[in-house]
Ligand binder design. Sequence first.
Ligand SMILES: Cc1cc2nc3c(=O)[nH]c(=O)nc-3n(C[C@H](O)[C@H](O)[C@H](O)COP(=O)(O)O)c2cc1C
Length: 190
Amino acid sequence: MSNRIAIIAGSPSEGSRSAALAGHAAERLAARGIATRTVHVRRLPAEELLQARSGIGTSEALRTIAESAAVVIATPVYKASFSGLLKVFLDLLPIDGLRGKAVLPLATGASPGHMLALDYGLRPVLAALGAYPVLPSVYGLDSQLTNPAEGRLVIEPVLELRLLEGVDRLAEAVRKSAPVQHTLHEATLT
Ligand SMILES: Cc1cc2nc3c(=O)[nH]c(=O)nc-3n(C[C@H](O)[C@H](O)[C@H](O)COP(=O)(O)O)c2cc1C
């Protein structure tokens, strides 16, 4: 299985809903023969993130993004936007760090009113990084999935369907993209 899609889990929380949703997307991609590698930003060194200074602690995560053909970005909605933790990680990417990569944005939030947070908050940042295409976002309400900290993830069918549509679009975008030269090992960065 080629390892072609990076997942950025941008929640500071352990037992994160948005990370669980991204994990579910990874399982569906694996079923299509597409491997993923997850960067849990909360596990990266705070100094490098907060000082916008990439170093030994963030280099592997940055390489994972650079070598990927496409990216899933998962975040909670915080104060009507994406998480600050995700932003400080994206700030470490080079100019054009997502050039030509398809991106599937995923978010979870408590309020249906913040469904567009990814569209008005994250999309301009992805455009500045050169991401293309940026696929339609998938937004899950907390009420539509179980708390991963409480055991097995259960997702409401309507959200599951939207997630599967997103995964299909991403798989199609990867299929169309040129093959990646690098070989990554399937793993989760710690
Ligand atoms: C600091 C903070 C701010 C939040 N702000 C919002 C918000 O503005 N809108 C919203 O719908 N949910 C908000 N929430 C709820 C989270 O988005 C929601 O619980 C989400 O599923 C958490 O995802 P996670 O488990 O991946 O961290 C907030 C939660 C926290 C802790």
